[in-house]
Design a protein around this ligand. Structure first.
Ligand code: SAM
Ligand code: DTB
Ligand code: SF4
Length: 336
């Protein structure tokens, strides 16, 4: 079998990405050729393998539900080519002030009542400023006290900030690599791949669970998808949660005309994330509105075991709660 079981291989693999940032993998558990081999498998063989891995590690009939809330929307300084919240693009998203704590608590209560177990607060920032972080700490501790798991996605963190969030009660921090190091420079220029890895290290060192994945359907090649999985699966500790987003195309963003990704290729990505990160939750993330019930059912079979739950992601739509509840009923899936 191609997988290099458990082994802590003291092998270092280096390459140069398009921004000339040296990426170093210290612990190559998964080789690129093995990941490529999974992509090349016949679809049914791949799904069978992924489902077996899934069953060996999780209850295949249980899915974790997180609800997102945009606590600070729009006006972002960054140039992420997929994002409707960047101030650089002419989208319908306005620059809004940070939400007040009461409204955040009431949204969290509503999410809990609808059945979510985790509440994820997102901000359209390059990173939190000192003046913001106190308010976010307060939000985290209030949400935690409702009996929900807490998650935040606030951009890049500076030294000491992850520890503050941890002390406030943060369980998960979401920060995505988004794509391969090689394709990254085509999508974002205002922060490097290494900046993202540095934030992820700060989160890991503060003992916060890492939620890290990417987006497919941005015009990347299959090799880029291989290389994204390679980065994620070879982290010293793989992320506890791996969101796989299908690009939600938004008018005004540079990626509006990206070519459509075959949904079966999206399912392959889920299956390969499952095989390469057997103990991680794989999240079927943005893009569900464009997927049929059948494709979503295939994603759960392939090993996806968490979703974003609630009518809105951050600024774009998501299936409504009743629709998801009906789908779960038809598939005999129970929330975690
Ligand atoms: N500003 C922070 C940051 O970039 O880290 C946090 C919020 S940001 C919106 C969180 C993630 O959402 C991005 O890293 C990206 O992976 C995902 N995302 C944003 N826009 C998206 C889109 N149109 N389609 C799919 N995923 C998207
Ligand atoms: C993630 O990987 N996907 C979520 C969450 N982490 C923050 C965000 C998806 C955003 C989709 C576009 C929007 O709604 O603005
Ligand atoms: Fe800003 Fe995050 Fe959107 Fe990038 S993804 S433009 S950092 S809100």
């Amino acid at each position: 079998m191609a997988k290099l079981e458990s082994a802590v291989k003291e092998k270092t693999v280096s390459f140069i990405n398009s921004k000339k940032t040296k990426q170093t993998i210290q612990n190559e558990v998964w080789k690129k050729i093995a990941i490529q081999g999974l992509f090349d498998k016949p679809f049914n063989d791949l799904l069978f393998q992924a489902h077996q891995v899934h069953r060996n590690n999780f209850d295949p009939n249980k899915v974790q539900l997180s609800t997102l809330l945009s606590i600070k929307t729009g006006g972002c300084s960054e140039d992420c080519g997929y994002c409707p919240q960047s101030a650089r693009y002419n989208t319908t998203v306005d620059n809004e002030p940070i939400m007040n704590i009461k409204d955040v608590i009431s949204a969290a209560k509503q999410a809990k009542d609808a059945g979510a177990s985790r509440f994820c607060m997102g901000a359209a920032w390059r990173g939190p400023k000192e003046k913001d972080i106190g308010l976010v700490e307060e939000m985290i501790s209030e949400v935690k006290s409702l009996g929900l798991e807490t998650c935040a996605t606030l951009g890049m963190l500076k030294d000491g900030q992850a520890e503050r969030l941890k002390d406030a009660g943060l369980d998960y921090y979401n920060h995505n690599l988004d794509t391969s190091p090689e394709y990254y420079g085509d999508i974002i220029t205002t922060r490097t791949y290494q900046d993202r890895l540095d934030t992820l290290s700060r989160v890991r060192d503060a003992d916060i669970n890492v939620c890290c994945g990417g987006i497919v359907g941005m015009g990347e090649s299959r090799e880029d998808r291989v290389n994204l999985i390679y980065q994620l699966a070879n982290m010293n500790v793989p992320p506890e949660s791996v969101p796989i987003n299908l690009l939600t195309k938004v008018e005004g963003t540079p990626l509006i005309d990206a070519s459509e990704l075959d949904h079966f290729e999206f399912i392959r990505m889920i299956a390969i994330a499952r095989i390469c990160m057997p103990k991680s939750f794989v999240r079927l993330s943005a893009g569900r509105e464009s997927m049929s019930d059948g494709i979503q059912a295939l994603a759960f079979f392939a090993g996806a075991n968490s979703i974003f739950y609630g009518e809105e992601l951050l600024t774009t739509g998501n299936p409504d709660v009743e629709k998801d509840q009906q789908l779960f009923k038809r598939l005999d899936i129970k929330p975690i």
